[in-house]
Design a binder for this molecule. Sequence first.
Ligand SMILES: C[S@@+](CC[C@H](N)C(=O)[O-])C[C@H]1O[C@@H](n2cnc3c(N)ncnc32)[C@H](O)[C@@H]1O
Length: 218
Amino acid sequence: MTDSATSPGFLAATRAFYDAVAEDYAATFRDSYAGRPLDRALLRAYAELVGPGRPVADLGCGPGEVTALLASLGLDVYGLDLSPAMVEIARREHPGLRFEQGSMLELPLPDGALAGVVSWYSSIHTPVDRLPALFREYRRVLTPGGHLLLAFQAGDHPRRHDQPWGHPVALDFLRRDPEHMAALLTDAGFTLTSRTVREPDENLGEPVPQAFLFATAR
Ligand SMILES: C[S@@+](CC[C@H](N)C(=O)[O-])C[C@H]1O[C@@H](n2cnc3c(N)ncnc32)[C@H](O)[C@@H]1O
């Protein structure tokens, strides 16, 4: 594992990376859910589990594609992201929705404020020794019975993205063992309700399987 994922500066490194690539990232993934029926099905199931009009945070929302999809499914959802550039794009592209800048490791929310937390490929830059604190923070802001949806790449070895789209930045994308993540969620006060691992989709350029965990706050 490399410095950007293990040093205390991992948040600064993550923010700098996404600030640099935000416009290219947003252009690449704009409307990409049209071509991802299985992922959409999981997000639809999640919206149904949480229930219409219930408050949900999409933590690490990037340009807000999933936030907008969840809003279209009836959730009262807002997005939060570490990267100011990502937040600016999300606000520009989804003007009817709320987006805030901040870290999901320290949420400015009272205990039990939310019925749902979505972490869609956003825990992938949090070093493994910080995951227990991250999951406790997700648990803290959920009401008992509230729903977490956690998406990440499955695997053992990080993938380093160096100079993406020609920008002079680099960051590790950490892959995880779904069973280990499930155990950490259980330790943080969640009950696992579903574990899905789908095969990599070559059309999306995915090199490894994709994992989706559903859990409820105990
Ligand atoms: C791979 S992108 C995923 C973005 C979006 N969820 C999507 O699927 O398109 C990871 C995002 O998580 C955000 N992120 C990473 N760590 C974060 C943290 N501690 N707090 C808030 N956002 C974070 C990054 O800034 C980035 O926008």
